[in-house]
Design a protein around this ligand. Structure first.
Ligand SMILES: *[C@@H]1O[C@H](CO)[C@@H](O)[C@H](O)[C@H]1NC(C)=O
Ligand SMILES: *[C@@H]1O[C@H](CO)[C@@H](O)[C@H](O)[C@H]1NC(C)=O
Ligand SMILES: *[C@@H]1O[C@H](CO)[C@@H](O)[C@H](O)[C@H]1NC(C)=O
Ligand SMILES: *[C@@H]1O[C@H](CO)[C@@H](O)[C@H](O)[C@H]1NC(C)=O
Ligand SMILES: *[C@@H]1O[C@H](CO)[C@@H](O)[C@H](O)[C@H]1NC(C)=O
Ligand SMILES: *[C@@H]1O[C@H](CO)[C@@H](O)[C@H](O)[C@H]1NC(C)=O
Ligand SMILES: *[C@@H]1O[C@H](CO)[C@@H](O)[C@H](O)[C@H]1NC(C)=O
Ligand SMILES: *[C@@H]1O[C@H](CO)[C@@H](O)[C@H](O)[C@H]1NC(C)=O
Ligand SMILES: *[C@@H]1O[C@H](CO)[C@@H](O)[C@H](O)[C@H]1NC(C)=O
Ligand SMILES: [Cu+2]
Length: 580
């Protein structure tokens, strides 16, 4: 009888698995400091499970995820599930001092969340200070019914491509510097899947490159993440084209291109058909873009790996090649690092695979000017200085609360206990016009309250005159419909006519072009406190950010439940003063 029951149970379980029943995907992330060798140097880095990048989380849509984060590092930390919608689960968002106090050294916490209504590539990363530069990995969401239901040719293999940076400096110190307006720290190298590639000094060999092994005549799905702090990248593979099929875990109409533009926080899924000469070897190159002169130039960051056909050079040859000769490898011609148009057009060419239900009735019109201003430190007389430059939105430079996370204060109805709180204005006091001189700004924990189930339109404006970057603006807990983008100053009268109200791309990170603007809409369907910030490290850490407080709706299923019982305690916690 018991044996029978076990047998029945077994068949039930097997049937569920075959039908693709939702599963619990479990991981343990041990965060610790290890020495990793890059650029001929052993460097102490803070990573998950000893790996850089960290492990990929792979789920089927509808699965639940439980990640136990065991903090063996000397830093307080949180992990954020970048782009996961976390419906009614803001507590799991892992935004340091927005949703939770950091998990303290020698403590652990298990994040629990469901992945529903999204398919493609997302990622996870630390969300305290600048630790995400080394603490990150891919989060891969396949359709419930398997790879055969992709709306594009079934790939023979899937390959994560994580673009990142190799920092030799202490990332905690880096964040302190950024929060103080000091923006000159730079990574030592750019990386693909953690490898700097053969262009870097004290490297120069193929073994330091990410090698993608392929067979001729196959289709590969590249799951590309920009996990870098400092730069947007152009990605190319010599002799090959990409077909972009998804961005930020939302399908797009297949778009064929030989170059992918990807800003920090963005993800792109692209098919690669291996139809080049099988005896060849091809560089995969990621090149950072940067602001035009006269903005002070950063070093040029280029990392490259190799796409290697199985029919290509064999073992004996490989050894010789790894020693020196890379001349036989075909290199792509890259866009200029100042080329902003290629990125603009790449983003402009993405449309949703399916028509989108774009809400027509906008309840809240917000205009957010993204910019920099200078802030006077205590006791400083002359502070109109590049080294005092802070990121800001509508002339407020965001400051994290120091003792109570915003979500906790909101949940307990005592937001007013956050001494630095301020309501973010809906528009810029006037259009900023920084040509040469910076203007003063102030710091505050700027929030915008939003009722549940309202349609919000935001026009993000980058500065049009000087000292500027493109700004990849990322919203937690919601996806945006990206309706339009343009160069120059947004003009409400004429630019509305360019809105794509049919099939706009759906993204968690909107690329606001350099010298330009972008317009997005979203519906506040997820109560909680959701961080909105630029994903460039030097912008977000120095204050180009704000928080949306989305109120509860009228029903139980539009009400944020209480926090998990084992939620990280804030007891005795006082983050170092945000501005020193
Ligand atoms: C090795 O890394 C340390 C920091 O970890 C740095 O100070 C030093 O300059 C590096 N050495 C080389 C040769 O790059
Ligand atoms: C996680 O924390 C709990 C409570 O402090 C402790 O009992 C447990 O041993 C910890 N687990 C690990 C793997 O550190
Ligand atoms: C590599 O080293 C050479 C010789 O020391 C130097 O001239 C060159 O600038 C270095 N290149 C980089 C990218 O550091
Ligand atoms: C799409 O890309 C092409 C080629 O770069 C460009 O000419 C075109 O303007 C782009 N379309 C949009 C809507 O950005
Ligand atoms: C800016 O500040 C730095 C560091 O405090 C100082 O060395 C520099 O002289 C200042 N520049 C100007 C133009 O005031
Ligand atoms: C906020 O409210 C909660 C619950 O009423 C209370 O425990 C907590 O002490 C309050 N915090 C502050 C900073 O007032
Ligand atoms: C911005 O600066 C330009 C050039 O200095 C000037 O012509 C223009 O009037 C300024 N605009 C505003 C709104 O201040
Ligand atoms: C921005 O804020 C600062 C500090 O409050 C203030 O001095 C400045 O006038 C503001 N700028 C504008 C354009 O309103
Ligand atoms: C949200 O508001 C719309 C009208 O704007 C209404 O049709 C819809 O039922 C509301 N949804 C929820 C979940 O309250
Ligand atoms: Cu920015």
């Amino acid at each position: 009888m018991a044996a029978m029951a076990v047998l029945v149970m077994f068949f039930v379980a097997a049937a569920l698995a075959a039908a693709g029943g939702a599963e619990l995907v479990e991981h343990t992330f041990v965060v610790s400091q290890v020495k990793l060798n890059r650029l001929c140097n052993d460097t102490l880095v803070t990573v998950v499970n000893g790996q850089f990048p960290g492990p990929a989380i792979e789920v089927n849509e509808g699965d639940s995820v439980a990640v136990q984060v065991v903090n063996k590092s000397p830093y307080g930390l949180t992990i954020h599930w970048h782009g996961v919608k976390l419906q009614l689960n803001c507590w799991a968002d892992g935004a340091g001092m927005i949703t939770q106090c950091p998990i303290q050294p020698n403590k652990n916490f298990t994040y629990r969340f469901d992945v529903a209504g999204q398919k493609g590539t997302l990622w996870w990363h630390a969300h305290v200070g600048s630790l995400r530069a080394s603490i990150h990995g891919a989060l891969i969401i396949r359709p419930r019914s398997g790879a055969s239901s992709y709306p594009f040719p079934k790939p023979d293999k899937e390959i994560p491509i994580v673009i990142g940076e190799w920092w030799e400096m202490d990332l905690d110190q880096l964040d302190k510097n950024l929060r103080n307006g000091y923006h000159l720290d730079m990574p030592r190298a750019a990386t693909i899947n953690g490898k700097p590639g053969d262009l870097y000094n004290c490297s120069g060999t193929v073994k330091d490159s990410n090698i993608v092994k392929v067979e001729h005549g196959k289709t590969y799905l590249l799951r590309i993440v920009n996990a870098a702090l400092s730069s947007e990248y152009y990605l190319k593979i010599a002799g090959h084209k990409f077909t972009v099929v998804a961005a930020d875990a939302n399908y797009v109409k297949p778009y064929i291109t030989d170059v992918i533009a990807i800003a920090p926080g963005e993800t792109v899924d692209a098919l690669l058909v291996t139809d080049a000469h099988p005896a060849g070897r091809y560089y995969m190159v990621a090149k950072a873009s940067q602001s035009p002169k006269p903005v002070p130039q950063i070093p040029l960051f280029i990392t490259r790996g190799i796409v290697q056909y199985s029919e290509g050079p064999r073992k004996e040859e490989e050894k010789a090649l790894s020693d020196s000769s890379t001349s036989s490898i075909m290199a792509p011609e890259m866009p200029d690092e100042h080329d902003a148009a290629t990125s603009f057009y790449f983003h402009g060419n993405l449309t949703s695979l399916q028509p989108q239900p774009v809400p027509a009735n906008v309840h809240e019109h917000l205009f957010y000017a993204l910019d920099g201003g200078f802030f006077c430190r205590k006791g400083e007389s002359s502070c109109n200085n590049d080294t005092n430059m802070m990121g800001m939105v509508n002339n407020v430079s965001f400051q994290l609360p120091t003792t109570t996370p915003l979500l906790q204060a909101h949940y307990h109805g005592n937001m007013s206990s956050i001494g630095t709180l301020r309501e973010l204005p809906d528009r810029a006091p006037r259009m900023f016009n920084y040509s040469k001189t910076l203007e003063p700004t102030s710091k505050a924990t700027s929030v915008r309250r939003l009722r549940y189930n309202v349609t919000v339109e935001i026009v993000f404006q980058s500065p049009v005159l000087a000292d500027t970057y493109s700004n990849p603006m990322h919203l937690h807990g919601h996806d945006f419909l990206v309706l339009a983008q343009g160069f120059g100053q947004y003009n409400a009268e004429t630019d509305v006519a360019t809105y794509n109200l049919l099939d706009p791309p759906v993204r968690n990170t909107v690329h606001v072009p350099i010298f330009g603007w972008a317009a997005v809409r979203f519906v506040t369907n997820n109560p909680g406190v959701w961080f909105l910030h630029c994903h460039l490290g030097h912008h977000s850490s120095s204050g180009m950010a704000a928080a949306f407080v989305v109120e509860n709706g009228p029903t139980l299923d539009s009400t944020l439940p209480p926090p998990p019982e084992d939620f990280p305690s804030c007891e005795n916690y006082n983050s170092r003063v945000a501005y020193e």
